[in-house]
Design a protein. Structure first.
Length: 149
């Protein structure tokens, strides 16, 4: 069973001082031990670039574009990057309409659309509650669940 990584997992992996860093790393190690394919989406890397290059005083990491590019390249080597397809937008449209998604939750919904199009059933995330509305479509998994399984 393959797992899509939520961007919040990737951000914790590249931030060793984050209190949830070790939990994210341990969960990925557990998935690797089970030989579960670990997937990332272009959207993850776009969101990561945003946070990494944003100033620290604006809730970012304050990385230079060069450092951020090195992190993105490393993540692309570590995980399987699947591409966006033209099927994602109509699936996203169906989801936001069906589930009456509002505001910033449209971004999580796009990840769900990506998952459905690529036939991925599980997402590793610290924000399980943000994905619960889609329980009939996908399965959100918290890192502690991945470690314990």
């Amino acid at each position: 069973m393959a797992y899509l990584l939520d961007t919040n997992i990737l951000l914790r992996i590249i931030s060793p001082n984050d209190p949830m860093h070790q939990e994210a790393v341990t969960a990925i190690d557990a998935l690797n031990a089970r030989r579960a394919p670990i997937i990332i989406a272009p959207q993850n890397l776009i969101e990561l670039w945003n946070v990494c290059t944003r100033p620290v005083d604006r809730n970012g990491f304050g990385f230079t574009p060069e450092i951020t590019k090195a992190e993105v390249d490393r993540l692309k080597r570590l995980f399987i990057l699947l591409t966006d397809t033209e099927s994602i937008f109509p699936e996203w449209e169906r989801l936001v309409s069906t589930y009456e998604v509002k505001g910033t939750k449209v971004h999580d919904t796009r990840l769900v659309a990506f998952m459905i199009v690529h036939q991925l059933s599980h997402i590793l995330t610290f924000n399980v509650k943000d994905f619960r509305r889609f329980n009939e479509e996908i399965t959100p998994v918290h890192p502690t669940q991945a470690i314990e399984s």
